[in-house]
Ligand binder design. Structure first.
Ligand SMILES: C[S@@+](CC[C@H](N)C(=O)[O-])C[C@H]1O[C@@H](n2cnc3c(N)ncnc32)[C@H](O)[C@@H]1O
Length: 274
């Protein structure tokens, strides 16, 4: 059985998409069986700390609103939107994740419309949605985050809300290890060179993650006409003892693991990014 080796190098949109689509198709069954119960079939979890939309109210009232979820996975968050009276649509690059979405829909006799598409170049018209959100969805997986933010501004109606959670950018400095090793800074926060995993037999790119600093995200949002209304950095709850990848109690009690940006489209809507 082949393994992967980590690399740091520039990766374009096409290579990022190819690698991450295959990775999520292969990982989807394990992801859903490991985390499905914690996510909840119509739960809205913002991150491994366990903070939920019922606590954060980042989206505001979704009743009667058109809501797009980017990187919707098995649609748990979109189903929460449906339960709360909104009209959700999910996009995801992984057909296997979307098959899980359909499976859960059928179990609950509901329908969350979904599209198999990348967040990079979304197939929607201008000013289509009142709310766009992503809970640890695609934002870390696209090469050009600035173009994605511009595209979100394009598909949002004026005054619309954009909320997204990502790995807290400061975690980039540390090894992705849930134990004590993961508390020792070993690489530069400012080095945006993507993290890449390469199949050590075939040489194929198997996984790509892109990094932006907090300042990069603030700049991308501000330049596209967004006003940031909140930046949540959920604390690790004292009683919470669930390890999820590099997220753990050991690290969570000392360093932030997730960042949830909430922004409103105030400014003029920019043209589509090229
Ligand atoms: C960590 S999961 C989060 C899914 C869901 N929000 C949840 O909490 O389970 C990340 C999702 O983003 C999707 N994804 C990765 N790259 C993407 C891209 N470029 N465009 C759209 N979705 C993408 C993956 O297929 C996966 O379903």
């Amino acid at each position: 059985m082949s393994g992967v080796r980590p690399e740091r190098r520039e990766v374009d949109e096409a290579e990022s998409l190819r690698a991450n689509r295959a990775d999520w198709d292969a990982y989807a069954d394990e992801y859903q069986s490991t985390h499905g119960e914690f996510l909840g079939d119509h739960g809205f979890l913002w991150g491994p700390e366990g903070v939920r939309e019922d606590d954060l109210h980042a989206l505001g009232d979704v009743e009667g609103k058109d809501v797009l979820e980017i990187g919707s996975g098995a649609g748990q968050c979109s189903r929460w939107v449906l339960v709360h009276g909104g009209r959700p649509v999910g996009i995801d690059v992984s057909m296997r994740q979307l098959q899980h979405s359909r499976r859960i829909d059928e179990e609950h006799r509901v329908v969350v419309p979904t599209l198999c598409a990348s967040a990079a170049g979304m197939p929607f018209g201008d000013a289509t949605f009142d709310v766009v959100f992503s809970a640890f969805g695609a934002l870390q997986f696209v090469a050009d985050a600035e173009a994605l933010v511009a595209d979100v501004a394009r598909v949002l109606r004026p005054g619309g809300v954009f909320a997204f959670s990502i790995t807290h950018p400061t975690r980039w400095m540390f090894p992705d290890d849930p134990g004590e090793e993961g508390l020792v800074a070993s690489q530069s926060y400012w080095d945006r060179t993507p993290y890449v995993e390469v199949d050590d037999v075939t040489g194929e790119t198997r996984y790509v993650e892109h990094h932006r600093t907090l300042g990069d995200w603030v700049g991308a949002l501000a330049h596209c006409g967004f006003r940031i209304t909140d930046l949540h950095e959920p604390e690790w709850p004292a009683e919470h003892d669930r390890t999820w990848g590099g997220w753990s109690r050991v690290r969570g009690m000392l360093t932030p693991g997730s960042a949830v940006f909430v922004a409103r489209l105030d400014g003029p809507r920019p043209g589509r990014a090229t």
